[in-house]
Design a protein around this ligand. Structure first.
Ligand code: SAM
Length: 292
C-alpha cells in the first residue's frame, strides 16, 4: 500500500542526515506514505511524531509504540510538541509538497493528466479550493498567483482567458481549465503548482514551520528538508544560512555569523540511479542544518 501511495525520495540520505539515535525524539512533518517515518523508526528512534494534514495518510499507519500520528498542519509543530510535553526534539524531517497519492487520485484534482474537480486541498476540510480561486479571484490577483507561484511568464493572458470564460459559466473541472488555458506540456505543471500552493497556503505554512522548528530543535539536533521548487528552496536556504525568513545574516562585533544553524547539505540532488528508478525524485533537493 505505502509504495503505491508514495515512493520516498532520498531515503537513506535523509535518515543518515538525521543521525538518529536511540531515545531520541523525532518529528517527520510530512508522513504521506510513511516511507521516511518507517526508516526513522528502523534506525532506532526513541519516539517519532509524524504529521500530515491529509487524513488519507492514516491508511499507512505504523503499528509501533514509539509512533504517534498528528493530524495537523505542520505550521503548528511547536504547539503540538507542547501538547505532548516534549520540551525539544532531536531531529526534524520535512519532505515538502504533495504525495504521489495526491497526483494520482483524479478526485483530488491535483493533476492535469486526469479530469477531476478543481479541488487541490491537502486537508479535505480546508476552506479554499482551486475552483474558488479560479472563479472568484480578481483577474489581477489570479495573474499574481500564477506569476508568483508558477513563475509563468504569460500569467496575465492566462488570467484573462480564465476570467473571460468564467463570466459565462463556472470553471469546476481540471479538464475545463486545461482547455481554457491552452498551455504546452512545460507550462501546465506550473499552472497546477501555482494553484496548489495558493490553495494550501504552502509558503505561509513553510514560514511558520521553519520558525517553529527553530524553537523546538535541541542544540545538536538536525533539520532535514527536501524541497521541490525554487520558491520553497530559496526560503529554506535563506533560513538555514541566517535563522530568519528574510535571510539577513546577523553578525557579532567581530563579524562572525550569529546564525543558530550550521549548514551541512546545500541542495544535494538524488543520484542518477534513483532518478532512473523513481523519476519523480528528479526535482528533490536535500538541505540539512544542525542547530547550534
Ligand atoms: C512529499 S509527501 C511526503 C512523503 C513521505 N515522506 C513518504 O515517505 O511517503 C508530503 C506529505 O506531506 C503532507 N503535507 C504537505 N504539507 C503539509 C503541511 N503544511 N502540514 C502537514 N502535512 C503536510 C501532504 O499531505 C503529503 O502527504
Amino acid at each position: 500500500m505505502a509504495n503505491e501511495y508514495h515512493i520516498p525520495a532520498m531515503l537513506s540520505e535523509c535518515t543518515d542526515a538525521l543521525a538518529v539515535h536511540a531515545k531520541g525524539i523525532y518529528a517527520d512533518l510530512t508522513f504521506g506514505g510513511g516511507g521516511h517515518s518507517r526508516a526513522i523508526l528502523k534506525a532506532g528512534a526513541g519516539h517519532l511524531y509524524s504529521f500530515d494534514q491529509d487524513l488519507d495518510a492514516l491508511q499507512n499507519a505504523i503499528d509501533d509504540k514509539r509512533w504517534t500520528f498528528v493530524h495537523s498542519n505542520f505550521r503548528y509543530l511547536r504547539n503540538w510538541m507542547d501538547y505532548y510535553g516534549e520540551p525539544g526534539v532531536d531531529g526534524i524531517l520535512a519532505d515538502l509538497g504533495v504525495s504521489f497519492h495526491h497526483f494520482d487520485t483524479a478526485e483530488r484534482g491535483f493533476s492535469f493528466r486526469f479530469d477531476g474537480p478543481l479541488d487541490m486541498r491537502m486537508n479535505k476540510s480546508g476552506k479554499l479550493t482551486a475552483a474558488d480561486i479560479v472563479n472568484t479571484y480578481s483577474e489581477e490577483d489570479l495573474a499574481h498567483v500564477l506569476w508568483l507561484y508558477g513563475e509563468l511568464k504569460n500569467s496575465r493572458s492566462i488570467a484573462r482567458a480564465i476570467c473571460k470564460v468564467r463570466s459565462l459559466a463556472l470553471i469546476e473541472r481540471t479538464e475545463q481549465l486545461v482547455d481554457i488555458v491552452k498551455l504546452d506540456k512545460k507550462d501546465l505543471p506550473k499552472l497546477f503548482q501555482a494553484l496548489r500552493i495558493e490553495v494550501n497556503d504552502e509558503m505561509g505554512a513553510l514560514k511558520d514551520m521553519l520558525l517553529s522548528a527553530k524553537e523546538v530543535l535541541k542544540p545538536g539536533g538536525r533539520f532535514v528538508v527536501l524541497t521541490y521548487h525554487s520558491l520553497e528552496d530559496r526560503m529554506v536556504k535563506n533560513f538555514f544560512r541566517s535563522g530568519n525568513i528574510d535571510g539577513e545574516i546577523e553578525k557579532d562585533f567581530y563579524g562572525n555569523s550569529l546564525s543558530p544553524f550550521r549548514v551541512i547539505e546545500k541542495g544535494r540532488m538524488a543520484s542518477v540511479e534513483e532518478v532512473e528508478r523513481n523519476p519523480r525524485s528528479r526535482s528533490a533537493k536535500l538541505r540539512v542544518a544542525e542547530k547550534l
